[in-house]
Design a protein around this ligand. Structure first.
Ligand code: HEM
Length: 264
């Protein structure tokens, strides 16, 4: 009775799986587990037995971990603003370094979900109601922080020292504190754009760019967000400098290669 044996083996496998699941979900709560609240942490995902497929746990965990990183970014940026107000540049730069690493990690972690097949994602998507990443509490909070960062930078690193963006990048460039803090803001801005751009690639891979979100909005709209700049003044100065420095030679420079000069 090969069929019967097969059934029995499958039954055993299921029991073994349930046993593993029960042990995964009930952590050993020694001091480590108590301090980190591992019991609560591991209860934040759907029960393993209720997952629609083998990718749903990954889907939930990646989103949850990203929310935690955004909480840490927001918390760090609150301190950055306070340190800017004290002109404590060393602290600002160290904390912004942490924020940059967090942003890079967030972007890298999106990659995890590229191991999920389009079909398995469709099964998970049916579980989401009309939920949207645009409702992410961490992301919404982070989108509101750049104006406060800019205000602190402008007040305590430009106005207080009677400096302009042009001064710190070109006219009075000395690679001083105001320049270093400005570049830390630029890096945050750039990494945020890269996160959004990579998220668009992830969408292209899983649901396709021609589709609509669960709120019925065209997914293509996310591309505009991916090129949004938080600190336009800090980007525009680069193009202004290129035009100003370029005015020495007009639109096209003469060649400096002997070979090309001979051909002219
Ligand atoms: C297969 C995986 C994913 C798919 C298919 C997906 C899909 C989408 C779609 C369709 C939107 C647009 C929503 C709308 O217009 O209402 C969106 C927005 C968003 N998603 Fe995802 N997403 C995925 C993974 C993630 C992950 C892991 C994060 C982690 C933080 C995330 C964060 C966001 C955020 C923050 C937005 C708003 C983006 C903005 O306004 O620029 N998504 N996502």
């Amino acid at each position: 009775m090969l069929f019967g044996q097969g059934m029995r083996i499958k039954g055993n496998d299921d029991m073994q799986k349930q046993d593993y699941y029960a042990r995964i979900e009930a952590p050993d709560m020694r001091d480590y587990g108590v301090y980190l609240q591992c019991d609560k942490l591991l209860a934040c995902q759907k029960p393993l037995a209720d997952m629609v497929n083998g990718d749903e746990l990954q889907f939930q965990i990646v989103h949850q971990v990203e929310e935690l990183w955004m909480k840490l970014i927001a918390y760090s940026l609150v301190d950055v603003i306070a340190f800017m107000e004290e002109n404590n540049t060393h602290r600002v730069v160290t904390l912004m370094g942490r924020v940059h690493r967090l942003m890079r990690m967030m972007t890298m972690q999106l990659d995890m979900l590229e191991t999920m097949s389009p079909k398995e994602y469709q099964q998970i998507r049916l579980q989401l109601g009309n939920g949207s990443g645009q409702e992410s509490p961490g992301f919404k909070f982070l989108l509101r922080m750049p104006p406060d960062l800019w205000k602190a930078f402008k007040t305590f690193y430009l106005d207080r020292h009677a400096l302009t963006v042009e001064d710190i990048y070109d006219g009075k460039y000395d690679h001083g504190d105001s320049y270093v803090v400005a570049e830390a803001l630029v890096e945050f801005d750039e990494l945020f754009q890269k996160f959004r751009a990579n998220h668009v690639y992830l969408i292209q891979r899983s649901i396709g760019l021609g589709s609509k979100s669960l709120k019925g909005r065209p997914v293509d709209l996310l591309k505009a967000g991916a090129s949004h700049r938080f600190f336009p003044e800090l980007w525009d100065i680069r193009a202004e400098m290129t035009d100003r420095w370029g005015s020495q030679y007009g639109v096209v420079r003469d060649s400096i290669s002997e070979h090309e000069k001979a051909a002219e």
